[in-house]
Design a protein around this ligand. Structure first.
Ligand code: NGQ
Ligand code: ZN
Length: 485
């Protein structure tokens, strides 16, 4: 990096002390000084962060003097990328927690979810997503991958602007100030081997050509807001083999590095159906028939054989784990020690948004391992503090899956971070090394997250997003409208 590219911080600095942001961010940088910050190599002292007008970190300097930079209100931690979200599903969290069949399952949940998806409008989607993204920011997520599949109107007809609902999500992300990777979903069949879609899937369906046209249409919009664009073949049950190949090739022609996310092996039923169709299990089939590499995120790779764990990890793909949704839906438990033994990358997503809290996803992930292995501190890594090890690994994998530079506090990455509140009762008096574990595992009524920045702009102060009240009100109105429609 060219040192002369770093704007000097001087006594005439007009940086806003509350936000670390100067008035004309486009042509000047912001800065922040933290006594403690979690860098990719671990905790460091007296760290000076400086970023440019685009919100990219220019330098992250430990053992620095604060100069005139504003001081962070507490220890700084990188923001968490949320690698899997279906925004509209936030509006019915809690509404599917009753027994509807003698034995409820993922599939009976899906029937209820589809009824809800059928009622979404552009206005309600934007209101739900804006509130959801405000919640995410208040809960430690600084970016989100939207796995977006409700494309058409309630009758399954394309909107006048085919990108209508995608654009609603981009607007919501802009309003809330969260980074976004938009992943339009390809959905064509109701089961393996190209079975025709069900009537309640009509809003999701598009041809491969229309998907590639949508990606073309969205690319300038996405780039204009510093977002990323990828593709999500929904699952092997929803995308026939030829379509998968054509879509992945078409995407690569548009952007050779664009992310590709797929739901892969969430339910044993889909493993059985895949075996009946092809003689292979879903992950096995995918590794043999698709160019799986570091662009790919395998969401819910829950049911794999040891050979599949090894092959998928070695492909370089990220395992997209959604611990609270997978628990909510009764999916099964991902074998993290096995995945890590092969050097596999992983990150977390809040998926159906039964829970919207980065710390709680990590808690659920570690606890699922403890319960199945009857051990403690299963996922400690280079850092013996489990909270720190989980947080750092999930940031790295989440960034890879996002296709955006959101991988932590290092030059060249986005200035996406949060400050913990050292005066919060969960943390007060603890050594800084224990604070992330206390944030993840010590249960509290309120969050110890104090402030949060995305691309150098402060979005949460004293635990609150500026839009909280307005966005919450619009969300409740949208949900009420959906329930009664
Ligand atoms: C989804 N959700 O796309 O929202 C899915 C359900 C399906 C999860 N897989 C639909 N958790 O898989 O067919
Ligand atoms: Zn999903």
């Amino acid at each position: 990096m060219n040192a002369s590219a770093i704007p000097a911080i001087d006594a005439t600095d007009t940086t806003d002390a509350a936000t670390g942001r100067r008035p004309h961010a486009a042509d000047c940088a912001g800065a922040l000084f933290a006594e403690h910050a979690l860098l990719p190599g671990g905790w460091a002292r007296d760290v000076l962060l400086r970023w440019d007008g685009a919100g990219t970190l220019l330098s992250v300097q430990p053992h620095a003097l604060p100069g005139t930079a504003p001081r962070a209100p507490g220890p700084l931690v990188p923001g968490m990328p949320n690698l899997h979200s279906h925004a509209f599903q936030r509006a019915f969290a809690g509404l599917t927690e009753y027994r509807a069949e003698a034995r409820d399952s993922f599939w009976s949940w899906r029937d209820l979810m589809y009824r809800f998806a059928g009622r979404i409008t552009p206005g309600t989607l934007q209101a739900i997503a804006t509130w959801l993204y405000v919640e995410m920011l208040e809960a430690g997520y600084t970016s989100v991958c939207e796995f977006h599949y409700v494309h058409h109107d309630a009758d399954g007809r394309p909107y006048a602007d085919d990108a209508e609902l995608s654009l609603a999500l981009l607007r919501a992300a802009r309003q809330a100030g969260i980074g976004i990777t938009l992943l339009p979903v390809l959905y064509q069949s109701s089961g393996f081997g190209g079975q025709p879609p069900r009537a309640d899937q009509a809003r999701f369906i598009r041809s491969t050509a229309s998907m590639l046209a949508l990606l073309q249409r969205l690319l300038p919009e996405v780039r204009a807001q510093g977002a990323a664009l990828g593709l999500a073949p929904h699952s092997l049950r929803a995308v026939p083999a030829d379509s998968l190949r054509e879509a992945v090739e078409g995407l690569a022609a548009l952007d050779a590095r664009a992310p590709i996310h797929i739901h892969i092996a969430e339910q044993t039923q889909e493993v059985d159906d895949c075996l009946a169709w092809s003689g292979q299990r879903p992950v096995q089939w995918l590794l043999e028939h698709a160019p799986v590499d570091a662009r790919w995120c395998l969401v819910h790779a829950t049911h794999m054989t040891p050979a599949e764990y090894a092959g998928a990890a070695r492909s370089g793909a990220v395992a997209g784990i959604c611990p609270t949704t997978e628990a909510n839906l009764g999916d099964g438990i991902f074998d993290m020690p096995r995945w890590l033994s092969h050097g596999g990358a992983w990150g977390v997503g809040s998926d159906s948004h039964a829970c919207v809290n980065a710390a709680e996803e990590l808690l659920m992930l570690e606890y699922s391992q403890r319960l199945s292995l009857r051990q403690r501190n299963v996922l400690a890594g280079p850092d013996p503090q489990v909270g720190t090890a989980l947080w750092s690994a999930a940031v790295r994998g989440g960034a890879q899956a996002s296709g955006r530079p959101v991988g932590g506090l290092a030059a060249g990455q986005q200035a996406d971070f949060l400050a913990l509140d050292p005066a919060h009762l969960a943390l007060a008096g603890l050594p800084v090394q224990a604070m992330l574990s206390a944030h993840v595992f010590g249960s509290h009524r309120s969050s110890a997250l104090h402030s949060l920045w995305v691309g150098g702009t402060q979005r949460v102060a004293a635990g609150r997003h500026a839009l909280r009240d307005d966005a919450a009100q619009a969300f409740v109105a949208a949900r009420s409208a959906l329930i009664t429609s």
